[in-house]
Design a protein around this ligand. Structure first.
Ligand code: SF4
Length: 586
């Protein structure tokens, strides 16, 4: 029944979806072509004598492959339609060629047979002359150069599978031989340190009931889902977490199926004041179902005994160009990944529960964030329209940029302020502000497969961290995440495990957290870790180049259990040498 109603309420027509899909895809296409023709292709080609003459040609060969890789065949012609005007209109026909060979031959033939032409014709004639004026030979040469890039060699689905496989292998090493050897080293330090009589307090702790999500967002950073735990003890986890913090975050993919655990936690964790939960909004099939779920959350808060800490829920809902992307499904039809109408259901229901719940929309930064366009275009505009159709008016109260300026690749790589936070209301409910906060997408998981221009990167921050150390307030988050399967990992590194809480006990886990030299080196982005990484692997430079920011770099440097062990050993050795009498007297 709910499904039938859901279909009625949030499925946009193919025509309405096409009106979203085409401009968004054209924008991506245009951004990629502009990026390539204005420097990126020349960089790929390298300092070769024919690089200037080849850049434009190869940029469009890239565009040919990009289209084949990213755009369903049924939609390619319509995506290209708006670029047909002007002297490069012929390229749009060529981009629809059946093979790259036909595209290349067609491009050569076009400039050979059009005596009047711009600089691209001169470039082509120059390239042709270098190949003895043999168009076949030039075509082979161009294709050979292209293949050397090794780009777009696997279909998206294969790349997705590879990302999940790599991630699964990473989890396979979790608490394996190398990790156990590392933890023994940490335990040896903990055992020789004076025990703390205080109960250790944390600004926040995380709970991961399970990692799971039926969605397949293109930017998803955690794609492999470990099997659901068999011997979970949620009540024990709640008790442990409740004793050490007053703020808890429930996370792990999407937790819609785990919501009963969240309600239980609110009813059981007497000291917690802030219950945050991260959901993708997919639960909000209908206004009725949405209301029911928010009511369940609010009821759990209201059911807490009077003497307990007053609690509130922070309901975090993903909302951005990626979660709400319009894509082509397996049947070749357009679909909205998580429909904006579902987010509208949540926004519309929320004011009734604002006493118990704070709603926050979590947004991933794109080039729109370089101006206030972010609040008037794209997914935000779609939400505003959807609410308006329901007679609800969205009103922005405040907006603020992030503390640091970031590079806008679309405007010459210049530094510019980035919109980060906003608060808004439905004007009919001014007492219920909704928060919107945006963050960057790091290059983990499928995030590494996004187009260069689709995300904002933290390369300047990375440079600062690597050359001067982190600026004040910037750190790697090492607060603890408790998994229902027993693992205890770090907020910013779910692959760094401090043990199994069911097996090792909370005291041992907390002692490890206090004494683990690797966790603490990560927290302050200790640059010695780069050196230690390079003692084991030879690809440090590539890792730095590929990193989208410091968190991503330090995450990727510690993904191999043997590296984690080596780094821990080295940090202990150096600390020992620093404490030795020779070191102090020298
Ligand atoms: S990004 Fe979030 S909603 Fe999308 S697939 Fe990943 S966990 Fe699911």
């Amino acid at each position: 029944m709910a499904v039938a109603t859901s279909n009625m309420t949030h499925n946009l027509s193919q025509q309405a979806l096409l009106a979203i899909y085409l401009p968004a895809t054209r924008q991506r296409f245009k951004q990629e072509v502009n990026r390539l023709t204005s420097g990126a292709m020349a960089e790929l080609l390298g300092p070769h004598a024919d690089t200037p003459a080849l850049t434009f040609f190869m940029s469009y060969l890239y565009a040919y492959h990009w289209l084949e890789h990213n755009v369903h065949l049924d939609y390619r012609a319509r995506v290209l339609e708006s670029f047909r005007g002007g002297r490069f209109g012929f390229l749009m026909d060529l981009l629809l060629s059946d093979t790259a060979e036909i595209f290349v031959q067609g491009y050569i033939h076009h400039w050979q047979t059009n005596p009047e032409g711009p600089v691209q014709r001169q470039e082509l004639l120059h390239l042709l002359a270098a190949q003895h004026n043999d168009p076949q030979q030039l075509a082979l040469y161009v294709l050979r150069r292209w293949h050397k890039f090794g780009l777009f060699t696997k279909p998206y689905l294969v790349e997705f599978k590879n990302v999940s496989r790599d991630e699964r292998q990473r989890y396979d090493g979790m608490l394996g031989e190398a990790d156990q050897a590392r933890l023994e080293l940490v335990d040896a330090i903990a055992n020789t340190s004076p025990a703390s009589a205080n109960i250790w307090r944390y600004p926040k702790l995380g709970i991961i009931p399970a990692m799971g999500c039926p969605q397949t967002c293109r930017h998803c950073m955690f794609t492999w889902r470990p099997p659901k735990p068999k011997h979970e003890q949620p009540t024990l986890i709640y008790k442990l977490v409740d004793a050490h913090t007053d703020s808890v975050l429930f996370t792990g993919g999407d937790l819609t199926k785990q919501l009963p655990y969240f309600y239980d936690a609110i009813r059981q964790m007497r000291h917690i004041k802030n219950f945050a939960i991260l959901l993708n909004g997919d639960f909000a099939d209908t206004p009725q179902l949405t209301d029911e779920i928010l009511q369940n959350m609010a009821s759990a808060v209201k059911a807490r005994p009077a003497g307990w800490a007053p609690a509130r829920i922070l309901l975090q809902i993903s909302f951005d160009e990626f979660h709400q992307e319009v894509y082509v499904d397996k049947k070749g039809l357009l679909a909205e990944r998580i429909p904006v109408a579902k987010i509208a259901n949540i926004v519309a229901a929320y004011p009734r529960y604002a006493k118990q719940i704070q709603l926050a929309l979590l947004h991933k930064q794109t080039s729109l964030n370089f101006s206030m366009d972010v609040l008037h275009k794209g997914v935000f505009a779609r939400l505003t329209n959807e609410l308006a159709q329901r007679g609800l008016q969205l009103q922005v109260l405040s907006a603020a940029p992030s503390a640091r300026q970031k590079r806008n690749v679309l405007s010459g790589n210049t530094l510019a302020p980035v919109f980060k936070d906003a608060s808004f209301i439905l004007s009919q409910f001014p007492q219920a502000p909704i928060l919107l906060t945006s963050s960057t997408i790091d290059g983990y998981g499928r995030g590494a497969l996004l187009d260069e221009c689709e995300t904002i990167k933290e390369k300047d921050l990375l440079h600062e961290v690597l050359t001067q150390g982190p600026p004040p307030g910037e750190s790697f988050d090492i607060d603890l995440m408790f998994w229902f399967n027993g693992w205890v990992t770090l907020f910013n590194a779910v692959h760094i495990c401090l043990g199994d809480v069911y097996r090792d006990g909370i005291e041992m886990i907390l002692a490890r957290q206090r004494h683990d030299p690797l966790s603490h080196a990560l927290q302050c982005f200790d640059r010695r870790l780069l050196e230690y990484y390079a003692e084991i692997h030879s690809d440090l430079e590539q890792k730095i180049k590929a990193a989208t920011g410091p968190h991503h770099l330090f995450h990727s440097l510690t993904e191999d259990p043997l590296v984690r062990l080596h780094m821990t050993r080295r940090l202990i050795e150096v600390a020992g040498a620093d404490r030795s009498p020779t070191a102090t007297t020298a």
